[in-house]
Ligand binder design. Structure first.
Ligand code: ZN
Length: 310
């Protein structure tokens, strides 16, 4: 049986000298296919098995794994493979997408559409890739059913006092809707840090629950207050996480986040993904390595400037 399917290459593994096995993310889930001879120079399949390429794939399905017959590329996404940091982010986004996708044909069209839009934005380079990463993590958590209701305390259910309106937040001091109708996210306004993230509850907790002594242990001995392991987070976090989860890419405008908000988002989403969705991609470690290299580079450059200044 021969069929056409739209797909994005999320992984390519060499098979023997000249063949490759590609994993495609399609609107109907992930699909593996053998690309015979694709590693040979001049192969007409070569361009279509490049990482993050998108196109219409013609697959011959016999018994076992399908054979890739032909590719008509619609987006090459070469820009994602030419820069180390973009390639590292793309690899991480692919791994997250794969973790949330069912296998063909049980997949979700929404995952495919959002993933394709995300890769386009990463390639365009107008957004901070770190912000794209946090947004993608929030969306993946939601698709995996591991996202809490970020606007309510995960312990007592009390609302955090943010009013939302169709994805646009009506909190004029810290965010709003831009003139063109796009949602503007900002976490830079100074606010008291009274909320917390509780790995035990798997969500954000209100000031009262944050400072409350944890429930006694099973043997009846009390836990030391406040509840152990609660991470203090900025007060803007519920609204930002809610928007990251629900605002589609095409409605996303400028996103400005302060360093403490960035750190809190990083910790909360990483913990939530690992503990409640069982997702801790290896490509994330590579990204972490890159950003610590970057920080070290900046530190050295600062030292050099200081030494050279009179
Ligand atoms: Zn509470």
């Amino acid at each position: 049986m021969l069929y056409n399917v739209e797909g994005i290459v999320i992984r390519t593994v060499a098979y023997g000298e000249t063949h490759a096995v590609v994993t495609l993310l399609t609107p109907a889930g992930t699909l593996g296919a053998m690309a015979r001879g694709a590693k040979k120079p001049q192969s007409r399949l070569a361009a279509g098995i490049q990482f993050c390429a998108q196109g219409i794939y013609t697959v011959y399905q016999g018994r076992g794994m399908g054979n890739l017959q032909q590719v008509e590329i619609t987006r090459s996404r070469r820009g994602l493979r030419e820069h180390l940091d973009k390639a590292a982010y793309a690899a991480y986004f692919c791994e997250l997408a794969a973790s949330a996708s069912e296998t063909y044909p049980q997949g979700s069209e929404s995952l495919f559409t959002q993933f394709s839009a995300l890769l386009d934005r990463l390639e365009e380079g107008r957004d901070d890739p770190e912000v794209l990463a946090r947004m993608w993590e929030a969306k993946i958590l939601y698709m995996l059913g591991a996202a809490p209701d970020w606007l309510h305390c995960a312990a007592c259910g009390a609302p955090f006092g943010t009013r939302t309106n169709g994805g646009a937040v009506a909190d004029a001091t810290t965010s709003g809707t831009a003139m063109d109708g796009r949602v503007v996210v900002s976490g830079t306004a100074p606010r008291p840090a009274a909320l917390g993230y509780s790995p035990f509850h798997g969500g954000l907790v209100c000031p009262r629950c944050r400072d409350m002594p944890a429930a006694p242990r099973p043997d009846g001995t009390p836990n030391a207050p406040p509840s152990p392991g609660i991470l203090p987070v900025p007060a803007a976090l519920p609204r930002i996480l809610h928007q990251f989860t629900h605002v589609p890419w095409n409605r996303l405008g400028t996103v400005q986040l302060s360093p403490p908000t960035r750190r809190a988002l990083d910790h909360v989403l990483r913990l939530q993904l690992r503990e409640f969705a069982g997702v801790s991609p290896r490509s994330r470690e590579f990204l972490d390595g890159l950003s610590s290299l970057e920080a070290e580079g900046e530190r050295l450059a600062r030292c050099e400037r200081d030494e050279n200044s009179p």
